[in-house]
Ligand binder design. Structure first.
Ligand code: PLP
Length: 395
């Protein structure tokens, strides 16, 4: 059939690339896929693995990212979501029903804490918070309706490291308990929680996986295909799926994850050691320092300390304000895991919703500064921090 120009503006032949393979993942920005055969379209509905139908069900660029992250984490499949919170709420929303019980670490990311509190208040899910440092505490918290054990490999901002193997072992005899581990800070290059007995691993891809402060995304990785299918079905209804362009940028960012992290781990350790020796700093929180309370677990479980550290400045909040005003290279903002170095005062920002007592219990003081180390020259980073610390201690 030959068509008139108006029809041809919307129906034009696709470029055929058969015989050539693009080196980089193509960006399939389209949200819908065309079928020639009605039976093929009918068959493609209702399965996460089949032909692509509609972008909320799956998209080739997004699927490439899911397959890549699942491979890195050692899972069977993954689901990419519109943000890290999208992954968290889609997974919790799938696993939990009214009246169920969750055991969660008490130092979780604030958004996760808020999501659990919301589930508790509005859906009658009960939550027991534990330190995450003692498997016996988890064992004692178990109830008949416990369905989820929720952990983070490295916590924000004090970098506590829980023993994922020991904690998952404490619920190993309960097939009805799913262990969910947020691995955002460690990334699959420093720790693979599925190898330590976890069932689902979560990421805010916004952070280290993307790495360049230009996307918002999340990924959930599954040990088991049946759970992946349930979560995928839930995501069809709730719709927090990842945009293909964000998936494409994440895939591009992930190509340098290893290089970035190697540099970030090296620089974070040097900065942690120098900060620990500075008279204006009372404590440094970094897992690869022998003074860190979880140093032994970190050495066993992580292949590097990560790019995030925190330190306590003498002089509390006023000294922190001076330091934050004085830094010239480090950028003051609420994110982390970037190629650039970021600083933050958790007590007045990310953890402001906690009471002072709860903050103190989480190890966060008025003088705590969080540092997400980038890939800049280490001497420039230290010069910047040192001059800011010196100003903070003069005031
Ligand atoms: N998990 C952790 C450990 C985080 O730090 C964050 C955000 O900072 C999230 C999840 C939520 O991710 P997003 O901001 O991509 O929704």
């Amino acid at each position: 059939m030959s068509f008139r120009p108006q029809t041809r503006t919307v129906h034009h032949p696709l470029v055929n690339v058969s015989g050539s393979t693009p080196l980089t993942t193509p960006l399939y920005q389209g949200h819908v896929f065309r079928f020639e055969d009605a039976d093929d379209l009918a068959d493609a509905f209702g399965t996460p693995e089949g032909a692509f139908v509609y972008a909320r069900h799956g998209n080739p660029t997004v699927r490439t990212l899911e397959t890549a992250v699942a491979g890195l984490e050692g899972g069977v499949a993954a689901l990419a979501t519109a943000s890290g919170m999208g992954a968290i709420s889609t997974v919790l929303g799938t696993l939990l029903r009214s009246g169920d019980h969750v055991i969660a670490q008490n130092t979780l990311y604030g958004g996760t804490h808020a999501a659990l509190t919301d589930l508790a208040e509005r859906w009658g899910v009960e939550v027991t918070f534990v330190s995450g440092q003692d498997p016996r505490e988890v064992r004692a918290a178990l109830r008949p309706r416990t369905r989820v054990l929720y952990l983070e490999t490295i916590t924000n901002p004090t970098t506590r490291v829980c023993d994922v193997s020991a904690l998952t072992a404490s619920v190993a005899d309960r097939d009805d308990v799913t262990t969910v581990v947020d691995n955002t800070f460690a990334t699959p290059l420093l720790c693979r929680p599925l190898e330590h007995g976890a069932d689902i691993v979560l990421h805010s891809a916004t952070k280290y996986l993307g790495g360049h402060a230009d996307i918002l995304g999340g990924v959930a990785v599954f040990r088991d295909a049946a759970i992946h299918r349930r979560v995928w079905e839930h995501s069809l209804e709730h719709g927090a799926v990842l945009d293909p362009f964000a998936a494409w940028l994440t895939l591009r960012g992930m190509q340098t994850l290893g290089l970035r992290l190697t540099r970030q781990c090296q620089s974070a350790l040097v900065l942690a050691e120098r900060l620990a020796a500075h008279p204006a700093v009372s404590t440094v929180h970094y897992p690869m320092l022998s003074t860190h309370p979880d140093h032994e677990v970190a050495r066993r479980q992580l292949t590097g300390g990560g790019g995030l550290l925190a330190f306590d400045v003498e002089g509390g909040a006023p000294a922190c304000r001076t330091l934050l005003a004085a830094v010239e290279l480090a950028s003051l903002n609420a994110s982390l895991g970037d190629v650039r170095t970021f600083v933050l005062h958790p007590a007045s920002t990310s953890h402001r919703q906690l009471t002072p007592e709860a903050r103190a219990a989480a190890g966060i003081g008025e003088g705590t500064i969080r540092l997400s180390v980038g890939i800049e020259d280490i001497e420039d980073l230290w010069t910047d921090l040192e001059q800011a610390l010196n100003k903070a201690s003069e005031n």
